[in-house]
Design a protein. Structure first.
Length: 367
């Protein structure tokens, strides 16, 4: 009797695979996922389909320092993750992944299992510039993400703002940096606390400023309404020689003429426990720093968008104080946000100044 039951179950499974053209999904209770040597734990176990490991999307994305949002658009369930300028989009049930605007085919589509959205681990990890190794003998996935001198992890705040009927008006997914602080350094503690406070304040401001207008759009659009979206992420462009440069990216889609992304950067000298100003990086006084910035962007505008020279000239002087900067391994990057000195269509103007081509005095270059 037992043998017949086993045969019948096998036949049903094979029949389902033939009818639906799919390889069965197995709970991979023996599969281990390690991130930089530490084992990851999931509330829904990893699963294997077509020799691909799938894991819960939020856990893996947040472990890889991404801000995550989950939305329903015209019946499609869409997962979006971003880390700095890196954007990844997947649709449940669709064999595609879009990374920074480039769409590629997937062997296995994201799917919902036991109320959790599972995504293909390798495609996600490699899309975020990690290395992935698979050991068939031990059924172990090893993921390595790049690390610098200081370990910088991410903290996350997610919130859905709803109306009295439970309709989602605004979706918020914020990620902010947390600098490792084994020695309880007071300066690093203050920096970490400030990043957290800034994120909490920005969420409160978004709710206060946009909840009523989002409700008005919902009343007008009805079932066609998509929640307003706010995300915050960050990227580390330099993490060596006691210099840590972090750029924060704030994305907002508020039913305006277009979505907008604003950047802001902070560069820290962690040997001297201070945030660096552009004047300190350049080794110039305030007036000479302004002249330096203006000279660089005068040349940039003339070379790249000369037709907008008049617009730029009307805004450049008052925008000097709005210039942002970050450091990379080989260059000082000066940049403005859209509208600061040029129209939105011109994007975010950016000038890279290679260290080798300048007399830039980096804070620790002589130490």
């Amino acid at each position: 009797m037992k043998r017949n039951t086993v045969k019948r179950n096998i036949s049903l499974a094979l029949g389902a695979a033939l009818v639906f053209g799919a390889v069965p999904v197995y709970a991979a209770d023996a599969v281990t996922v390690n991130l930089n040597g530490s084992q990851m734990n999931f509330d829904v176990p990893p699963m294997i389909e077509n020799s691909r490991t799938l894991v819960p999307f939020r856990k893996i994305f947040e472990a890889l320092d991404c801000a995550v949002s989950y939305t329903k658009e015209n019946g499609a369930q869409v997962v979006t993750a971003n880390r700095g300028n890196k954007w990844i989009t997947l649709e449940i049930g669709k064999n595609e992944i879009t990374v920074d605007g480039e769409t590629k085919k997937l062997d296995v589509a994201p799917k919902i299992v036991n109320g959790r959205t599972l995504v293909p681990l390798r495609a996600i990890s490699e899309g975020l510039d990690c290395t992935v190794d698979w050991s068939a003998d031990t059924k172990t996935v090893d993921i390595q993400k790049k690390q610098g001198q200081y370990a910088v992890s991410s903290a996350h705040i997610s919130k859905n703002i709803t109306d009295d009927k439970g309709n989602i008006l605004i979706t918020i997914a914020f990620e902010y940096p947390v600098i490792e602080n084994k020695d309880n350094n007071a300066f690093i503690t203050a920096v970490n606390e400030q990043y957290k406070k800034d994120a909490e304040a920005a969420i409160s401001e978004a709710e206060a400023e946009f909840k009523d207008s989002a409700a008005a759009v919902l009343a007008s659009e009805g079932k066609n309404y998509h929640p307003m979206v706010f995300t915050r992420s960050f990227e580390v462009s330099l993490n060596q020689d006691n210099l840590l440069s972090i750029t924060q990216l704030d994305y907002a889609n508020t039913y305006g003429a277009h979505p907008n992304t604003l950047k802001s950067s902070k560069t820290f000298n962690l040997a001297e426990n201070k945030a660096l100003t552009l004047s300190e990086v350049l080794g110039k006084n305030a007036a000479d720093t302004d002249s330096y910035v203006k000279e660089k962007f005068d040349a940039y505008v003339k070379e790249t968008v000369g037709e907008l020279l008049e617009y730029y000239q009307e805004n450049s002087e008052k925008a000097l104080s709005a210039v942002n900067f970050c450091l990379t391994e080989d260059a000082l990057v000066l940049y403005y946000n859209p509208y600061d000195i040029l129209p939105y269509a011109a994007g975010s103007p950016e000038v890279k100044v290679p260290y080798a081509d300048t007399t830039i005095k980096l804070a620790l270059a002589e130490s």
